[in-house]
Ligand binder design. Sequence first.
Ligand SMILES: [Zn+2]
Length: 475
Amino acid sequence: MLNSDKIWQLVDARKDAYEALSDRVWEMPEICYTEYRSVAEHRAMLEQEGFRITENLAGIPTAIMGEAGDGGPVIAVLGEYDALPGLSQVAGVAEPKELVPGGHGHGCGHNMLGAAALLAATAVKTYLAQQGIKGRVRYYGCPAEEGGAAKVFMVRAGHFQDVDIAITWHPAAINRVDDAVSLANTRIDFTFKGRASHAAAAPHLGRSALDAVELMNVGVNYMREHMPADARIHYAMIDAGGVAPNVVQAKATVRYAVRARDLPGMRALIDRVKKVAEGAALMTETNVSLKVVSAVSNLLGNTPLEQAMQTQFERLGPPPFDAADRTYAAAIQATLSAEDVASAYARAGMPARTDTPLCDFIVPHGTKGAAMIGSTDVGDVSWVVPTVQARVATHAIGTPGHSWQITAQGKSGQAKKGMVHAAKVMAGVAVAALQDPNLIARAKADHETRTNETPYDCPLPAEVAPPLQPRPATA
Ligand SMILES: [Zn+2]
């Protein structure tokens, strides 16, 4: 029997306060770099628990760090609290119903993500003090995971330099240790400038920036056949040059996301996309300029930490969902297609089941699923610190990411049980590392093996700063 059971009791002892924190953050959904009220809630908890607080990490007013303990290894627990635009939703129902018309919502469950990470850090803090162990635990409050890449700026500013291991989690449908597969991703705005003119009276004098955007998109779409199958490129027109068809559009901007399995692959694709943009400018006699908006690296796995997390997870078992949780989850599942549910199992590499709407198993370590992968700024932390992530069930199997169904389930019984469970898994790994310095040494050796041929190379151009947002008058 490992001595980590005490840590689980410490999590349970404080869980009510953190379930309430998760609910409060759910009720104040703030997006990309506007998380002023949410970070204030996290700051208040850190203060109440007696952490030493550092604010404005990387110059970001909505990023925060709390540290406790002395000497010894430094264990980081990463939390998030940003919401998504346009996913406002009433909690606890099984139909799409906006809470605030046009409002934001916690459609990725980051209200739980941050609260559980802080709960884990708090339990480890108490554990260190009670056991008189040398060691430090840090909670990193990370904003703007959705499209803002805040952790990359925090890594670049050196905030993880002296961290020994990092632990985090994400709300999910299926319980598993994350298999550390994600895509490196860069967002770039391509702005074309041409010449306005009367589209009927003097079309020959105009040079259309919108034509250039369209030709660029056509060119990139032709590229798709000739790029790696697991790379992804998407675009959104963020400025189509105006609403008047009788004016030749003098300026237009298209935002691209270019994703690949690793940074060299991503950079090679970006070079090709740039050539297509230049070609479009040449064809239309416009000029093109580009601006990197954000960039993240792919995730790096860490076998010793993943095995340690699997051990903790299996000892704990799945979250203890009850009949009421299953009833609500079944109602949510009724809003999904059979394909939604089947693909959740396929992604996890597990046989599909129809007998339960909530995950009551833990995916065995090393199970290979069907790759359907996105990107995360945890990737950059994983390149500088051995990092491990849990995925813990907080919503019905098949619930799509970034959906009203996730917002709706964000304050539910399954959300609460899942987040407290996640805190136990994370705190259990932290305690395992504190009790066994050999685990940290093995994690570091594994990390070195993975990085010594390709050291970390920050994907953000040096001149790119976080796109900070002003503090709203109400925050
Ligand atoms: Zn997320």
